[in-house]
Design a protein around this ligand. Structure first.
Ligand SMILES: NC(=O)c1ccc[n+]([C@@H]2O[C@H](COP(=O)([O-])OP(=O)(O)OC[C@H]3O[C@@H](n4cnc5c(N)ncnc54)[C@H](OP(=O)(O)O)[C@@H]3O)[C@@H](O)[C@H]2O)c1
Length: 266
């Protein structure tokens, strides 16, 4: 199974946001499946430490790329430095959230979030698709995983800008799933619910209140196991059921109920 997976999507995978949380978990899971890695993030010290750990455990070869995806040219730079590398799987995972009342959030930070969460995956997909399709044409396969969120299924009050960025990610994945069907390139919009990560831990005071937290490694493993079952995949059964229920409600009622529930915790 692992051999067949590596044969189809290997030999090398790119993971953005590999320095912590879900991205780091993807790197670990892919190393265990025999992949070489291109690891991208701003904190290269973290990436070096991870690369050393994966080399010791699995003999993994990893290329470290310092990349600040809030810079609009960063995706092009990643494409350029990996030009000669046979990347069969792109995990566009880097992202962050801003929570709170929309009008009180910092405008510049919101612009950075838009660039990291939306511009980067779109540009990376645009640049890598010809390379992945060429593999498909040569009898190999390719894969594109976008880390979205269940928050992309409905505009989430007090997470409004973030959930809007994740709606774009889901739309990007869905459109490409349709466009690339039959090309040998699998596309998956991964929509985690609450997952153990640094982002979650930053909300330490509310950490205990977050229910049904899933380990990042489980999210990564399930995403890879379901890469061919797109376009959208929710790895957390609790959040899958919860958001199915919310999106089946009349929208106005669902949004008012969500806003009231969150306001009560502020
Ligand atoms: N945790 C959850 O509950 C949850 C739920 C749904 C979706 N998600 C999504 O999962 C993805 C991973 O988040 P996480 O929960 O694993 O959080 P995390 O532990 O904070 O990891 C975020 C990763 O993104 C990278 N990143 C952030 N800003 C960046 C920038 N400007 N340039 C390049 N890389 C950047 C970080 O690397 P550096 O800081 O080193 O640059 C880090 O590796 C995100 O897209 C997030 O929206 C998370």
């Amino acid at each position: 199974m692992k051999e067949a997976f590596r044969e189809r999507y290997g030999p090398v995978a790119l993971v953005t946001g590999a320095s912590s949380g879900i991205g780091r978990a993807f790197a670990g899971e892919l190393a265990e499946r025999g992949f070489g890695l291109v690891l991208a993030a701003r904190r290269t010290g973290r990436l070096e430490e991870l690369a050393a750990k994966l080399k010791a455990a699995h003999g993994t070869t990893a290329q470290i790329c310092e990349s600040d995806l809030s810079q609009p040219d960063a995706p092009a730079a990643l494409l350029a430095v990996t030009a000669g590398v046979d990347i069969g799987l792109v995990v566009s995972n880097a992202g962050f959230n801003i929570r709170g009342a929309f009008e009180t959030t910092d405008a510049a930070e919101m612009a950075r979030m838009l660039t990291v969460n939306c511009h980067a995956p779109m540009q990376l997909a645009h640049g890598f698709i010809p390379r992945l399709k060429a593999r498909g044409a040569n009898g190999l396969g390719g894969g594109l995983i976008f880390t979205g969120s269940v928050e992309g299924f409905i505009g989430c009050p007090y997470s409004t800008a973030y959930s809007a960025t994740k709606a774009l990610v889901i739309g990007l994945g869905e459109g490409l799933y349709g466009e690339l069907a039959g090309s040998g390139v699998d596309v998956l919009a991964l929509c985690p619910g609450a997952t153990e990560s640094e982002a979650t831990a930053r909300y330490a005071e509310k950490y205990a209140a977050v229910q049904n937290m899933q380990p990042a490694r489980e999210v990564a493993r399930l995403a890879l196991d379901n890469i061919a079952d797109g376009p959208v995949f929710v790895p957390n059964a609790h959040y899958k059921a919860q958001f199915e229920q919310l999106t089946a409600m009349p929208r106005a009622r669902a949004l008012s109920a969500m806003a009231a529930a969150i306001r009560a915790t502020l």
